[in-house]
Design a protein around this ligand. Structure first.
Ligand code: GLC
Length: 834
């Protein structure tokens, strides 16, 4: 076992880059370290202790297993396997919890991999393993369990599975128990537990195994026993289940098998948790996965699914943490966000579903290269969630636009199971966030630049309220809406809020949205140019120029940019303020958007380093708010150092990295990137607490006693943006409509790095050398031995291309274009620009 205590520093595991796994060697982590199983409809959020829950499509309306959120002990119940020594009566679980054996005697390892988790346990010469995953094509979670006798004498053992079924809808699971407790039933036959649900007589779940059980329990309280918990269930203690079933009550899935293992012998068993009835699904699924070859090939397919994605972009740089995160974890997290938006975790456990307009619009921007179809599907849903006036529905469930199947015509169920109407979800101006529909402009353009699918601009998509329009028209409406929502001084209104949910400004003016408007306009202008739509090119270029002029005139505060103006007319994010003098959003967006002059963008970032940066990343604002002020917003009522009030909010950190890259300051970009990088906090879990393989929503700021503690992993915009910053701006490889731009911005100390990038069906092996130790600037670019000026043109499908890049000081560009210099902001705001 690796050394876990490093002085006072703590670590609980390590990155296994070869297998793309994070290996947890010590299970008593202060918080749950989670993973996501399932990449389509069926999902399980699972902790390093096998705690967690499953659902299909919706955490709110299609829950499969139950989870007692925010409970003690941590993350119960879960998907557990117990082992019992039938000669001594001693028992343990294959994950450390729920039994919680002394882990200095029982060795526990949890390997979180890409859409699977493997729990390994070695106790009293019994080596056991539980691998959990969801095959790509079946709504079923498989538990592939192996038990080996490593001793010299034969052993008699019992194996028990355990999970607790949910009442299907989170609401029904948690309230009105006088109804709920009589709403679900269980039965057993043919080796399959079937669970049915009275409120929706078409809903069934099942739990099966590849063996004929010796006993079973479907009733939770019979398995656990009175005044006991999952730690010491009576059935396991006794050595047999009670063959319980019931109509009403709480239900579970426990299948029990007795084994005799000779020395060296191994036994493999499969458990299956699935959606559907015994007749319709259970019997077939049981048959299919009782064949171990089918289990193996399903696991193989899952591996290939991720290998294919990860192989689209792989890098080898001198920074090991950077490589690990970019090559495996950061992409994995970004992809997970696209699938589940924000609403499936241990933080969001049902109660909210659907898509956050701004959240998903940003998430999809990061992964069009690895999930073009999913990204397109999400964008269509988002564009459908845009009203004809141009704004986006802040939080909506795209299911609402799909026809509802009337499963039981004419029957009124005793409790209302919601079937919302599209018109119910269309909110008015009171709830409009000023940023929501601006993000999608960039998402669409990034998607087309990646895939070359320019026809997408012409695809017709309905508006949420009335009418329809091409994707291109949707984008125009979004830009026009923001233009319309602009104050007399030319700065955009903040409306209910901008990206910062808690900074409401009483509905005043938002600097961030003005920067965003400029940025989205630049994307659009590039698209219009590419599509040859001259009038729009002209009109929106002029609009962008107007926005830029207003920003420079109204928002500059001498050293950095203001954050906004409250409704009462008070400027915030300026030196004159007592609290909230400087904010990260406006000052990173100054550089990121390309709206600010290079001198001002530099000065703004210098101020970010001076006032907001820390060893754990950049704080959102300084000084923190300590006095409630509703003219500024709810942020003034949040504890100092937490969330939007002066925490190290992860999501905007990569914006600052991008700004530094656009300024050509590679060392500073890397410094900021490294500070936030979860990998770099692997050995300080006593401070960080959260997973070192996942970006978090925030790290607690210096004004709070728990400075450095990270909270809310996985579903956060920091995943996609960190990936974008690292790949498109530090490594500097980004597609445009017509070519691949190579524009790295790195620390001078990087002498070389390599990237393998697949783009539009061709492979580009990019080898970058930096003999002069510069931070930015490409002196020589060669494609397959030939010198290229500018971008790399699209190469033939299936071709493998060698790209040699020599960085160095650039004085005069051969194309006559303005070169990128160490200090200069690169032209334009969009990805494709050099
Ligand atoms: C949360 C929200 C996101 C918002 C951010 C800042 O992460 O999901 O929509 O932009 O907080 O307030």
């Amino acid at each position: 076992m690796n050394e876990q205590r490093l002085g006072s520093r703590m670590r609980y595991g390590y990155f296994d880059d070869i297998n793309r796994e994070y290996v947890i060697e010590r299970p008593d982590i202060p918080v749950s370290w989670t993973n996501y199983l399932g990449v389509k409809d069926f999902c399980t959020v699972i902790s390093h202790n096998a705690g967690g829950y499953s659902f299909c499509r919706s955490t709110e309306h299609h829950r499969i297993t139950r989870f007692r959120q925010n409970g003690v002990p941590l993350d119960r119940p879960g998907h557990y396997v117990y082992l019992r020594d039938d000669e001594t009566g001693e028992y343990w679980s294959l994950s450390w919890q729920p039994v919680g054996k002394d882990f200095t005697k029982a060795k526990y390892i949890c390997r979180h991999g890409l859409s699977y988790s493997r729990f390994q346990c070695n106790y009293q010469q019994i080596e056991a393993e539980q691998l959990l995953f969801v095959p790509l094509e079946d709504d079923v979670e498989l538990w592939d369990v192996r038990i080996r006798n490593r001793g010299t004498k034969p052993r008699k053992l019992s194996v028990f599975s355990y999970l607790e079924f949910s009442f299907h809808h989170v609401e029904i699971d948690n309230q009105n128990l006088q109804m709920s407790l009589y709403a679900a039933g269980s039965n057993y036959s043919d080796g399959i537990i079937e669970y049915d649900f009275f409120y929706e007589p078409w809903s069934y779940h099942f739990f099966a195994s590849n063996f004929q059980p010796d006993s079973y329990d479907c009733v939770r309280d019979k398995f656990i026993g009175n005044y006991r918990t999952e730690t010491n269930p009576i059935a396991v203690e006794r050595g047999t289940c009670g063959n319980s079933t019931d109509l009403g009550g709480n239900h579970c899935g426990s299948l029990h098998k007795k084994l005799e293992l000779k020395p060296g012998e191994e036994m493999r068993m499969i458990f299956m948790l699935g959606v559907g009835s015994r007749e319709e699904k259970g019997l077939d699924v049981r048959l299919k996965f009782s064949n171990l070859n089918n289990v193996d090939s399903a696991f193989d397919d899952l591996k290939k699914y991720w290998d294919k994605k990860e192989s689209v972009l792989q890098c080898k740089t001198p920074n090991q943490g950077f490589n690990s995160m970019v090559n495996t974890w950061n992409l994995y997290q970004a992809e997970t966000c696209v699938v589940w938006s924000r609403f499936a975790s241990f933080i969001e456990v049902g109660g909210r579903v659907g898509l956050g307009y701004r959240d998903t619009s940003q998430d999809v921007m990061a992964v069009p290269h690895t999930s073009p179809d999913k990204v397109k599907e999400r964008m269509i849903e988002l564009l459908h969630g845009q009203v004809s006036r141009g704004y986006g529905l802040h939080l909506f469930d795209p299911e609402v636009f799909k026809p509802v199947e009337d499963k039981l015509p004419g029957v009124k169920l005793p409790t209302v199971v919601p079937s919302p109407n599209p018109s119910d979800i269309i909110h008015g101006m009171d709830s409009v966030c000023s940023d929501d529909a601006l993000w999608i402009v960039a998402s669409v353009c990034e998607y087309v630049m990646e895939t070359g699918n320019a026809e997408f601009f012409d695809q017709v998509i309905p508006f949420a309220d009335a009418g329809e329009g091409s994707v291109y028209e949707h984008l125009k409406r979004s830009l026009d809406f923001t233009a319309e929502q602009t104050a007399a001084n030319g700065i955009c209104f903040g409306l209910r809020a901008d990206w910062n949910d808690c900074l409401n400004l009483g509905g005043g003016q938002s600097a961030m949205v003005s920067f965003m408007h400029f940025w989205a306009l630049r994307y659009f202008v590039d698209a219009a140019k590419f599509l040859g739509r001259e009038n729009d090119f002209k009109k929106y270029s002029e609009m962008a120029e107007k926005v830029r002029t207003a920003i420079e005139r109204e928002l500059w505060d001498g050293e950095w940019y203001a954050r906004g103006v409250t409704k009462a007319g008070i400027k915030i994010g300026v030196k004159a303020n007592e609290e909230g003098k400087i904010f990260l959003e406006s000052n990173s967006w100054a550089g990121l958007s390309g709206a600010a002059s290079p001198e001002r963008a530099c000065s703004a970032m210098d101020a970010v380093h001076k006032y907001l940066a820390s060893p754990y990343g950049i704080h959102l604002n300084w000084p923190v708010f300590t006095k409630p002020n509703d003219d500024i917003g709810y942020v003034t009522r949040v504890y100092p150092g937490l969330k939007e009030n002066g925490s190290i909010f992860n999501h905007p950190n990569p914006w600052a990295v991008i700004a530094e890259c656009k300024l050509g300051r590679g060392a500073l970009a890397m410094k900021l990137h490294d500070a936030l990088l979860p990998y770099n906090q692997n050995d300080m879990i006593e401070i960080r607490e959260a997973e070192p393989y996942s970006y978090c929503q925030f790290v607690i700021g210096r004004d709070h006693p728990s400075y450095g503690r990270a909270r809310h992993p996985w579903l956060t915009g920091s995943a996609g943006w960190s990936y974008t910053a690292a790949t498109k701006y530090i490594l500097g490889i980004r597609p445009s409509y017509t070519g691949l731009v190579i524009d790295p911005c790195i620390p001078a100390g990087w002498k070389e790095f390599e990237v393998q990038r697949r783009w539009r069906g061709a492979t580009y092996n990019v080898k970058v050398k930096n003999p002069d130790g510069v931070e930015k600037g490409v002196r020589i670019l060669k494609l397959n031995g030939e010198i290229i000026n500018g971008q790399i043109p699209v190469q033939g499908v299936g071709s493998v291309n060698e790209v040699e890049v020599t960085m160095g000081k650039v004085t005069q560009s051969k194309t006559g274009k303005k070169p990128v210099t160490a200090k200069g902001v690169s032209e334009g705001a969009t990805s494709g620009h050099t």
